[in-house]
Design a protein around this ligand. Structure first.
Ligand code: PMP
Length: 360
């Protein structure tokens, strides 16, 4: 049995072991054909079946209605920052953005290069430690852009803004952790690297009506409608990413689907925050309580030296990836769908021991 550690990296991150195990056969002998999937043409029935099943499972597991469709696109979450305004921020219109951290900043910077992108709410004033609320959204905005979970700063949008303006959401780090009201979200995307698979690809869930409005005067590869017409095979698709995404979605379905993922996500986060809140003088989460992320738990220790020691000792105890992002420092435990509760239990135990052995 391969040794497995508890992996708290923010993405790429821990993936279901069963999904990883299946890669060996796909790699060595895809469908018993004597060659690997990566040596197979994407125009074969075997690959097409896998490709279509990955998109279909995404629709099923994430409870997406047929008003929307799933696209599987290269470029990771990051290319979506540019594709969204290029397709939907037409000349003479404007879009509104909520800035809640590093990834929204990047989306805003790209949108501003394309057109009239306006930031209507921003939590930079307190180092992104909360999510703005109650701001007015202009009824004639082309779309409202939000980041539903801030991977680096550890905050999450628990309630969508009340507006009739079409909402576009970056769900990279909380996709498949809760139900979405698809009547309000016209486009959602996620880089694969958290709850779906390896890097290099994004899944995009887009309303067919909204997609019909996309700009036709941009290069073909950047147009959502072109990818849709070609069933996400306008060019050779990222077959490995799609293969693993399908395996991860099958695992998600076998393990209770969206409702179970939501419940597990809640339980993991509750347990870890409760342990931290019980030691307020030692472990401290800088994020406003009501905005705390359920997938990225950011915390401080009394000194930078103790934080370094904490991360190093945790690593020795097979808990990997607890250092914070270089922009923020401190510590961060990322708790995505493949993290079992035993991982959180081990971390909580370790935190209590560490505090005992390393008084401030
Ligand atoms: N948005 C968010 C919220 C993210 O956390 C990330 C990656 N960590 C991205 C976008 C970018 O995704 P990718 O690395 O797939 O380009």
């Amino acid at each position: 049995m391969t040794k497995r550690v508890y992996n708290f990296y923010p993405g790429p991150c821990m993936l279901p072991f069963e999904a990883l195990q299946s890669v060996h056969e796909a790699c060595m002998n895809f469908e018993g054909k004597g060659m690997s999937l990566w040596e197979t043409s994407h125009r074969t029935p075997g690959y097409e079946k896998l490709h279509n099943e990955a998109a279909r499972l995404m629709m099923e597991v994430f409870e997406i209605p047929d008003t929307h469709e799933v696209l599987m696109l290269q470029g990771g979450g990051t290319l979506q920052f540019a594709m969204i305004p290029m397709n939907f921020l037409h000349a003479g219109t404007f879009a509104e953005y909520v800035c809640t951290g590093h990834w929204s900043e990047k989306a805003i910077a790209d949108a501003k290069l394309v057109g009239d992108a306006r930031v209507i709410a921003d939590s930079r004033d307190r180092n992104y430690s909360y999510v703005p609320k109650g701001y007015p959204v202009s009824p004639d905005a082309a779309y409202l852009y939000v980041t539903t979970n801030n991977t680096i700063y550890g905050s999450e949008l628990h309630e969508y803004p009340k507006t009739d303006v079409p909402i576009i959401a970056d769900m990279s780090s909380d996709i498949l952790t809760r139900r979405v009201d698809w009547s309000r979200v016209v486009l959602a995307f996620a880089g694969l690297t958290k709850n779906l698979g390896p890097g290099g690809m994004a899944v995009v869930i887009v309303s067919k009506d909204f997609m019909a409005r996309n700009n036709r005067k941009i290069p073909a590869y950047l147009r959502y409608d072109i990818h849709s017409e070609h069933n996400s095979m306008y060019n050779t698709p990222p077959m490995f990413c799609i293969y693993l995404m399908k395996e991860v979605l099958e695992w998600t379905k076998r393990n209770g689907g969206l409702a179970a993922m939501d419940e597990n996500c809640e339980n993991r986060a509750k347990k870890l925050y409760a342990a931290m809140d019980a030691e307020p003088g030692y472990y401290h989460c800088p994020v406003a309580k009501e905005d705390r992320s359920r997938t990225n738990v950011v915390f401080h220790l009394p000194t930078a030296e103790l934080e370094k020691k904490f991360v190093a000792e945790a690593e020795k105890a097979d808990m990997i990836g607890l250092g914070g992002h270089f922009l923020v420092g401190h510590c961060r435990a990322s708790l995505y769908n493949a993290m079992p509760m035993e991982g959180v239990d081990r971390l909580v135990e370790f935190m209590a021991d560490f505090r005992e052995n390393n008084p401030a």
